[in-house]
Every structure is written in C-alpha cells, then in structure tokens.
Design a protein around this ligand. Structure first.
Ligand code: SF4
Ligand code: SF4
Length: 446
C-alpha cells in the first residue's frame, strides 16, 4: 500500500533524451579540480601540497567532526592547492591534479571477499564507508556513516530512493538498470549496520526496465520489497517519499529518523557496495548530461573533479546555452562559470536553450492561489514571497519558511512567473543572519 502526498506537479519529464543511453566511461581529463568541500559539514583540510605525487584512490583531504575524506580520482602530480570556483556558487579550497594517465592505484585500495565482508562488524562497515568518503549522492551530500550511526536503534524502516522525479535526469534509473545487484548489495550492508531484516526500494512507475532488473535481484533477497509509486514531482523528496511508503509525516523541522525512517539514494547504495567489496572510495559517479539543446545526451561515469566545460564538449549543443544547471531544471543550480568541477553530489548537468527563458522584468502576483495548491509542504508561497519582499523575518519564521524544500513546484505553476524559489533562498538566509551567533567554544585546556 502506498500513500499519495498532497500537492506536487506533473512537469514534462523529458527523460527520453537520455534514458536509453547506457552508462559509458568519460575519458579522464588532463586536469582535475577536487574541492575540499563536497559534503554537508566541516570542509576537508588538504593532506597534499604542490608537487606531490598522488595515486588513484589516495586520500588527499580529511578533517575531524562532521566530515568525510576526499580522494584522488587519477594518478598524477598536485599542481596547486588553492581557492577555485565551486558549483554551489562559492569559492572553495581545492586540490588541482595534473593527470599522468598512468592509473597508478593507491596501495590502500584493497578488495574484500564475501567472507571478509561477512565478518565485518557494523562499526567496521561504518568505518569503511566513512574512509571511502561516501555521502548522499542524490544531491544532499550528507555523510552516510553519520546517517547510519545516528539511525542505529532509532530506525525501523529503510527506504532506497530511486524515484528520480526531476525532469531530464536518469542517472539513478541507469544505476538500477545496469547495476541492480550492486544496489541491493549496498542495501544489504545498510540493513546489517542498522540491524534490520526488511527494506524498501522505491521507484516511480516510469522506470519499467529498472523495476524489472531490480525485481530479478530481490527475488533472491528476502526482506527487500520494491515499491512502485505513481510518477509525480517531487516524489523523490525525502519527506514526501517517507509519507508515500509508510504514511508517516516527518514533523516540521524534524529528521526522517524522528519517524523511524532512513532514506538512501540508489547511487549511494552502489557506492557503499564498491567501497566495501572493491575497496574503492567515491572518486567517480554517474552523471546525466542532457537538455533540450544537447546533440548527444549521455550518461557518463565521470571522475570527480572533471569540469562542466569538458562535459559540455562531450555532448555538444545546437545553440548557445541559455542556462547550464548543476542538477535538473526544478532544483538545479544555474552555473555562471563552467570551469567548476563535478562533485560527489552532481547527478546531472542540464543544458537548456533560450526557449526556457520565462522571466519578466516586473512580475506581479495575481493572487490566483495556484502556488498553494501545489506546495507539497503545505506552505503559503505567495505570503512567503510578500514577507521576504518586506524583509519580515518574524513573519517568514511564522510561515515556516525553513520547511520549504525548494522543490520549485510553486514557481513552475505561477502564471506571473514570479521567481519564488530564489526569493525563498534569500529569505532563509535572512533568517540565518538574524540568528544569534553560536557561543565560542571554550579554550582548550593544556
Ligand atoms: S519551493 Fe518551497 S514553497 Fe514552493 S512549492 Fe516547494 S516547498 Fe512549497
Ligand atoms: S501562483 Fe504566483 S500569481 Fe498565483 S498566487 Fe502564487 S505567487 Fe501569486
């Protein structure tokens, strides 16, 4: 039984551009830029310096606290450790590697056989996952070992999110079509860590091949069920997915664990398998490169650190792009500098033409209420927009702006083409700025 969340929209899926394209390796570039911040939490500190030699899978950055390490995707020489632009719009300390194309493997990368994995304790598995630098690969980039450790004893329902409801993006669809055994293997590791015998894999009903291939694998894995949900945006959003599978509502400001759930992206499950069995850290990921002006849409296995420019060249485009997005058209971030690198959280590069230009110079709300009908978080976007325009922080808080998941349903449906999501991002920043600064940590005792 599944539940249907209120609100949501049915945008043109445009999956056909790339859904039939098998995953293919992207030729490794000569230069890679590896940001030290690719996850939610404390940025890594570089463990290498200019002139150092690095090997494939070598740890090149790490830190304490809420952090996962980053690794070299290729062998070569460190050209620089410096600030570089990042797809988030910030500049971030990054390690620049000149690829020597020798693919020299780091001696730390050691495969494990089934018996070795079977002997691993939950803590050992979480340590492997941390050391492999695994984060939520659907875009959230939360460190996976932390989600696991904080879920032990609290979580009774595991959900693998393979819904992938964003238009154009088919990276997880291809993962499930081509690597279903690895996805389920990663899920079994999660089940062992959380000491649970049952789990769900959730797919939308527009992915029949992925469903068929997963069904074959789970037929020999009792405890794993496949949940086929109706395609509706944003079915893949964490709170909406939890409601669809369990009927439980994550409270305002709450985390999935507060209702006994933990959600893992399908690509993350495969990365867990690769780390535990192959000993391979998260140095490559599958990226859908698509869009309405793309000549040859592709699904590519891309080394982290490859530039957006390199990917644009690989697919070609028929006209000058109006917009290049990290992610899809609903939730993606428009890029102003295409030298930015692919990171662990980049599931797609979407290249759109001028026909997607909808903005008008002075948009006016006509109070049609459509934005409220579609908001899956039951917010009042028109009121939020007005509060943000007046800079009214108390009203923004009162209207629960921080619950906005920036899904873009309201902006998509707004006939006045008001840039609602941009305004909500600015409003969230207003709220953060108005928060009292955290007290300074006490000085360390000698
Ligand atoms: S962007 Fe925010 S306000 Fe708009 S529909 Fe999504 S959750 Fe609601
Ligand atoms: S959909 Fe747009 S025009 Fe209609 S009420 Fe919402 S903000 Fe106003």
């Amino acid at each position: 039984m599944s539940f249907s969340f209120l609100g949501g929209i049915h945008p043109q899926e445009n999956k056909w551009y790339a859904e039939s394209q098998p995953v293919q390796p992207f030729p490794e570039p000569d230069i890679l830029v590896i940001p030290m911040q690719q996850h939610i939490g404390a940025p890594c500190k570089s463990l290498v310096k200019k002139g150092d030699h690095v090997t494939v899978g070598q740890k090149i950055g790490d830190n304490e606290g809420l952090c996962v390490p980053v690794h070299a995707p290729v062998s070569g020489t460190v050209k620089a450790v410096e600030m570089r632009p990042h797809s988030s719009g910030m500049t971030v300390m990054s390690v620049v590697i000149q690829n020597d194309h020798l693919d020299e493997l780091c001696p730390d990368v050691k495969p494990r056989d089934i018996l070795e994995v079977a002997k691993c304790t939950p803590q050992e598995l979480m340590d492997i996952i941390r050391e492999a630098g695994i984060v939520g690969m659907g875009g959230a980039t939360f460190p996976t070992h932390v989600k696991l450790s904080s879920g032990i004893g609290k979580v009774d329902t595991i959900i693998v999110n393979a819904c992938e409801c964003e238009p154009y993006i088919v990276a997880d669809d291809r993962v499930c079509q081509e690597f279903p055994a690895e996805v389920v293997s990663g899920l079994k590791i999660i089940m062992k860590v959380l000491n649970l015998q049952k789990a769900h894999i959730a797919l939308e009903d527009n992915k029949p091949t992925a469903a068929a291939n997963l069904r074959k694998v789970i037929s020999t894995n009792p405890g794993v069920t496949l949940d086929i949900l109706p395609a509706k945006y944003p079915q893949g959003a964490e709170k909406q997915l939890i409601y669809a599978i369990t009927g439980r509502e994550v409270p305002s400001g709450g985390l999935p664990a507060s209702v006994g759930c933990a959600v893992f992206n399908a690509g993350t499950c495969k990365a867990i398998h690769d780390a535990v069995y192959d000993g391979m850290p998260l140095i490559r990921r599958i990226v859908t490169v698509s869009g309405d002006i793309v000549m040859e849409p592709k699904n590519l296995i891309v080394p982290v650190g490859t530039s957006f420019n390199d990917l644009l060249e690989a697919v070609g485009h028929g006209e000058n792009p109006y917009k290049v997005l990290s992610g899809g058209p609903m939730m993606g971030m428009a890029q102003f500098d295409l030298s930015v690198p692919i990171t662990k959280g980049t599931n797609a590069v979407t290249i759109l033409g001028a026909r997607n230009r909808f903005a008008v110079s002075h948009p006016h709300c006509i109070r049609c209420g459509k934005c409220m009908d579609v908001c899956p978080m039951h917010l009042m976007p028109l009121m939020l927009y007005q509060a943000e325009r007046h800079g009214d922080v108390e009203e923004l808080k009162h209207l629960n702006l921080m619950d906005c998941i920036e899904c873009g349903c309201c902006a998509y449906t707004c006939p006045a083409t008001i840039p609602l999501v941009q305004s909500f991002r600015a409003g969230k920043q207003r709220i953060r700025n108005a928060m009292p600064p955290k007290p300074a940590a006490p000085a360390a005792k000698s």
